[in-house]
Design a protein around this ligand. Structure first.
Ligand code: AKG
Length: 286
């Protein structure tokens, strides 16, 4: 079985270089402090439980026939159960991993924008999500340019350059027999691209961030179960410079998702009714 090819990840020094990376379709690392507001960098389980206890969190991120099936609980309940599980010092079963993998719509419940500076200025909206606990390595791409920040704990992420997206799949998710061990023999046998397409494997510690351009397939996996990450999908501006690379993809079957007229309409709908009209996958654009 052929070894997979690991690329060396470039490190960017400021947010102007992030804009260039998006344009080029370049995966890269950067210090979170260059982009992420202080209030988000300071989050931890205690602040989440004390200041945001009732915020709804979707656990059990599960896709059946492409449908997102969340199990809702409050952030306080979710974290209390997760902390209890961690204190038992046991390896989770697959269903426990799914149960303790939670996502919160950060834009709706916490902060309108988590990214500041030139990257924020050059995009129309940010759709940000908080990822808690046991990210299980599901391999997928997203339509929007994205930055993933590590706040607490350690996460490993493997990212494939968007130039190779067509060689990987046309689908949003790649169904793997073994999500936790991406380059396992069983996965490589079924999916030859795993030996053929080069990738970056990055370990994210608190204060680290990774730039994930549109169409870059990625597999995020928590190495510690107390992990808190936040990501921000960047919706390009209607007028002015568009930073998406020539490898960027639109959402499956919904190329209109990246139309800013829809994003503006979705925002107006959200302000009026509390419910956005536009989704990209299960992500709301508000
Ligand atoms: O960190 C995670 O668990 C998921 C993040 C992710 O998939 C993303 O930022 O697109």
């Amino acid at each position: 079985m052929r070894e997979h090819i690991t690329l060396e990840t470039p490190h960017l020094s400021d947010s102007y270089e992030v804009l260039e990376a998006f344009q080029a379709g370049q995966v890269a690392c950067i210090k979170a402090s260059e982009l992420l507001i202080d209030d988000v960098r300071a989050l931890n389980f205690d602040t989440l439980k004390n200041q945001h206890r009732d915020v709804p969190i979707s656990g059990h991120t599960k896709f059946e026939d492409g449908v997102f099936k969340p199990t809702l609980s409050s952030t306080e309940t979710f974290i209390n159960k997760l902390e209890k599980f961690i204190s038992l010092n046991r390896l989770p079963t697959a269903s426990q991993r799914a149960y303790f993998y939670g996502v919160v719509n950060a834009r709706r419940y916490f902060f309108k924008n988590v990214i500041y500076g030139p990257v924020a200025d050059m995009h129309a909206t940010q759709a940000s999500y908080l990822w808690l606990g046991m990210s299980s390595g599901g391999l997928h791409y997203d339509a929007l340019d994205n930055v993933l920040f590590q706040i607490q704990g350690v996460k490993q992420i493997t990212v494939f350059p968007p130039q190779y997206a067509d060689q990987i799949s046309q689908k949003h998710y790649v169904a793997l027999d073994n999500e936790l061990d991406l380059f396992s023999v069983e996965n490589k046998t079924k999916h030859p691209f795993l030996s053929e397409v080069p990738s970056y494997t990055i370990e994210l510690h608190p204060g680290d961030a990774v730039v994930i351009p549109s169409a870059a397939y990625h597999s995020p996996k928590s190495l510690t179960f107390d992990s808190i990450s936040v990501n921000s999908f960047l919706n390009p501006k209607a007028f002015g410079k568009n930073f998406r690379s020539r490898f960027a993809r639109d959402e499956e079957n919904t190329s209109w998702v990246n139309s800013n007229y829809h994003a503006i309409a979705s925002r107006a709908e959200f302000l009026r009714t509390g419910v956005p009209s536009l989704k990209t996958g299960h992500y709301e654009i508000i």
